[in-house]
Design a protein around this ligand. Structure first.
Ligand code: PEP
Length: 256
């Protein structure tokens, strides 16, 4: 009984060259024929260099797959060697961009200031940011996981207007669960996803809080997605490893 359309996003990370990416997205399109795609939004986040071939495949096959980037520059254009801008992504048909993935935070020093600038750059290009938040193991062991995650949320969405806040997607990804095979329990996922929604309610009111999709991410696979999706405040998943196999990811999009 949620008005929110579930969203399943596959983060390919630095895997699959453009030919492999093209093959995966075509195969995913085939497997999604088994899924009622009016009930779920299926999104892939390929490496930048695969986006053009994904665009061609999705357009040619009219596939029920949206796509986006794993990162986005905070800047619109100019002397930022190695970066890719929101307007460039928009021209490739991207609807989404992940922002502040824990691997960006950990290996590229992205903090709240950077994630906030990237969230704003996405909106400026009419791209929906998927803001990733979540605590490392030490914070969970210290019982500070909610506090830590909400600080990342608040920093990341600072200064958004109500329309932007309503459109953003938040992915709760506890760092200890990413790529480890150690999925959070459904209750642990629900605890933090609910806290995220209540923080959004406190900042932006009911309309925003009830509209925002809050995803769980961290070792999601077809075998555990159903129990996570039963939770009231879990509106989808951000999936790494299991999104690299078409049949498996299609099963996840079908919630099992
Ligand atoms: C991720 O990359 O966001 C992720 C959740 O990875 P995995 O599903 O492999 O844990």
């Amino acid at each position: 009984t949620t008005p929110r359309t579930p969203l399943m996003a596959g983060n390919w990370k630095m895997n699959l060259d453009w030919k492999q990416g093209l093959a995966l997205v075509e195969e995913l399109g085939e497997h999604l024929k088994e899924v009622d795609t009016s009930l779920v939004e299926t999104v892939v986040l390929p490496p930048f260099v695969d986006l053009r071939s994904v665009q061609v495949a999705v357009d040619a096959g009219k596939l029920p797959i949206a796509y986006g980037a794993q990162d986005i520059s905070a800047h619109e254009s100019g002397a930022y060697t190695g970066e890719v801008s929101g307007p460039m992504l928009k021209t490739l048909g991207c609807s989404y961009a992940a922002v502040g993935h824990s691997e960006r935070r950990q290996y590229h020093g992205e903090d709240e200031e950077v994630t906030n600038a990237k969230v704003k750059a996405a909106f400026a290009a009419d791209i929906t940011p998927i803001l990733c938040v979540g605590e490392p193991l030490e914070e969970r062991q210290a019982g500070k996981h909610v506090e830590y995650t909400l600080a990342q949320l608040e920093g990341g969405i600072e200064g958004l207007d109500a329309a932007q806040a309503k459109r953003i997607v938040i992915a709760y990804e506890p760092v200890w669960a990413i790529g480890t095979g150690e999925v959070a329990t459904p209750d642990d996922a629900q605890e933090v996803c609910a806290a995220i929604r209540e923080a959004l309610r406190a900042m932006h009111g009911d309309e925003v809080a009830d509209a925002v999709r809050v995803l769980y991410g961290g070792s999601v696979k077809s075998a555990n997605v159903a129990e996570l999706m039963e939770k009231a405040d879990v509106d989808g998943a951000l999936v790494g490893g299991a999104s690299l196999k078409a049949e498996e990811f299609a099963k996840i999009a079908g919630f099992q």
